[in-house]
Design a binder for this molecule. Structure first.
Ligand code: MCA
Ligand code: AMP
Length: 496
């Protein structure tokens, strides 16, 4: 049987005239129109030379046409490779060099840098008002024979940064995405009547797969916002029934004076994930709205792993039990399963777990145990009731506003700046982003470096969210007896 994820979506469309994507004060796009546009775009991509299995990289603003573009890629059997719009030249060079996309779709403001970095690809523009991709698609047929795919064929590659400082491409199959989407629709009770307020970016698992797939598989509608703005979201929430967000969305809503029961009462479900939701945010939100945020836990490599329940008790500070079909184990240093209350590393197995890392068979082997479990790099424990509680990370990772930053990548860039002896990058608590990327730099004597000059140098090369919010200078970095920089000490020292 055809395992193409698009075929699964198509099977769930009961009313082609029903709205699928609604832009406030803008167009309403029906399921039928999305299908027709995706067919036209699929023809245009095939004409551009894209063959099944080819990668199509997409670095565009959150314009409505991204949705049919994503579906067109699935229909044509291509491998969708979404890229954060903040990525700069150095990052793009790595992604394009590694994934060798056949087609790159980008905003016209990015055309110069994309054309210079994706040399062997056909580059097509896509903006709010059109672009070459839509020009080429315009007169094409509104039907397209979706290519049959096997369950293990790739649907997407999502780059995720790593401890080595180099991003690696997580290969996600049609089975990975379909199994997770079906589990979430069931677990979160999505039905045709739902309206999902969508303010997340569409180049990560959260906004692209978790949110969009829930809507497409339930025939519900997406209330499509280009980005999160607390006041606008407060005004629109009465029109929605579900909102998904990172913890920063919730802290910003709580800081918004107009946010209260008028906004939250019509919403049946608030979901949070991608970063830890502080217990005080969970409590404050319940106090203000009478509703408990449903926190879930996931990874790019695995999709969603656990979720607090829709019915039943949602516990702040926990991420709930494993989703149906997903197995989780928490193991100690000796590899033995931990009893409730004992901390260990979290491992996952199931149809949701990635096929491997693109071009990195060795890395793929490392991240799986001998008996086939995927190592998340997160530390956790079971509650007596079978919920997972995440207590920390074994990996040296900073999560800022739901976006991952690996210190090593930033340290390498800072160390390459003239006048720097060495550096250490840590995450310190931040009221808005949860954690803030913070650098501590040891400079050569007589250097002319300043905090502003280091930040400016980094901004030219890498995405803004990775650039340290603060840079401090130190005479030396604290080290333990093994000579390793003691980051815990730096975090303590610079926490305030
Ligand atoms: C933007 N900036 C940030 C961040 N976002 N700095 C640190 N951390 C961030 N997350 C910087 C920009 O570079 C810019 O810097 C300045 O802030 C303003 O940019 P702007 O775009 O206006 O920011 P914003 O609109 O306030 O965005 C903050 C945000 C956004 C709403 C929290 O980052 C966001 O939507 N985050 C969600 C990320 C997400 O979807 N994560 C899911 C990953 P300057 O002014 O200096 O240029 S998937 C995942 O993690 C797994 C699978 C899971 O479980 O979901
Ligand atoms: P990413 O690589 O962007 O997919 O981020 C995945 C990582 O985000 C996980 O390994 C966790 O460290 C973190 N994460 C996701 N959801 C949660 C959550 N609800 N609580 C704590 N950490 C989370």
């Amino acid at each position: 049987m055809d395992a193409n994820l698009y075929t699964l979506f198509e099977r769930h469309v009961v009313d082609a005239a029903a709205p699928c994507l609604v832009v406030p004060n803008g167009p309403v796009v029906t399921y039928g129109e999305i299908a027709a546009t995706s067919a036209r775009i699929a023809h245009a991509l095939v004409d551009a030379g894209a063959k099944p299995g080819d990668r199509i990289a997409v670095q565009v603003d959150k314009v409505p046409a991204v949705l049919p573009l994503y579906l067109a890629a699935l229909r044509a059997g291509l491998v969708y490779l979404p890229l954060n719009t903040g990525y700069q030249r150095a990052e793009l060079e790595h992604f394009f060099g590694d994934a060798t996309p056949r087609v790159v779709v980008c905003g016209s403001d990015r055309l110069g840098v994309v054309a210079a970095t994706a040399r062997d690809a056909t580059v097509l523009t896509l903006d709010a008002h059109g672009g070459e991709l839509l020009d080429r698609a315009e007169d094409r047929d509104t039907s397209f024979a979706t290519l049959a795919r096997a369950p293990d064929d790739l649907a997407a590659i999502l780059y995720t940064s790593g401890t080595t400082g180099r991003s690696k491409g997580a290969m996600l199959t049609h089975r990975n995405l379909a199994s997770n989407a079906l589990a979430l629709v069931e677990a979160w009770g999505f039905t045709r009547g739902d309206v999902l307020l969508h303010a997340l970016p569409i180049y990560h698992v959260h906004g692209l797969f978790v949110a969009i797939h829930c809507a497409l598989l339930s025939g519900s509608r997406l209330l499509w916002l280009p980005k999160f703005d607390a006041r606008e979201v407060t005004a629109l929430l009465p029109k929605a029934s579900v909102m998904m967000g990172v913890p920063t969305f919730y802290t910003r809503l709580l800081a918004e004076p107009s946010f209260g029961r008028h906004a939250s009462d019509p919403v049946r479900l608030f979901v949070s994930g991608s970063a830890p939701l502080l217990p005080e945010t969970f409590r404050e939100f319940e106090g203000r709205t009478g509703k408990r945020i449903l926190e879930r836990y996931g990874m790019t490599e695995t999709g969603m792993i656990t979720s607090n329940p829709l019915e039943g008790e949602r516990l702040g500070g926990t991420v709930g039990p494993p989703l149906p079909g997903v197995s989780v184990r928490i193991v100690g240093d000796d590899g033995a399963p931990c009893p409730p209350g004992a901390i260990g590393t979290i491992q996952v197995m199931g149809p949701n777990v990635l096929k491997g890392y693109w071009n990195l068979p060795e890395k793929t082997r490392e991240e799986f145990t001998a008996d086939g479990w995927f190592r998340t790099g997160d530390m956790g424990e079971w509650t007596p009731g079978g919920y997972v509680k995440i207590v920390g990370r074994a990996k040296d990772l900073i999560i800022s506003g739901g976006l991952n930053v690996y210190p090593k990548e930033i340290e390498e860039r800072i160390d390459a700046i003239e006048g720097v002896v060495e550096s250490a990058v840590v995450g310190v608590p931040h009221p808005d982003f949860g954690e803030a990327v913070t650098a501590v730099v040891v400079a050569k004597s007589g250097h002319a470096l300043t905090e502003a000059s280091i930040i400016a140098t980094l901004k030219a090369d890498i995405a803004g969210f990775k650039v340290p919010k603060r840079v401090f200078f130190a005479v030396e970095l604290p080290r333990n007896s093994m000579g390793k920089v003691t980051k815990a000490e730096l975090r303590r020292r610079f926490a305030s």
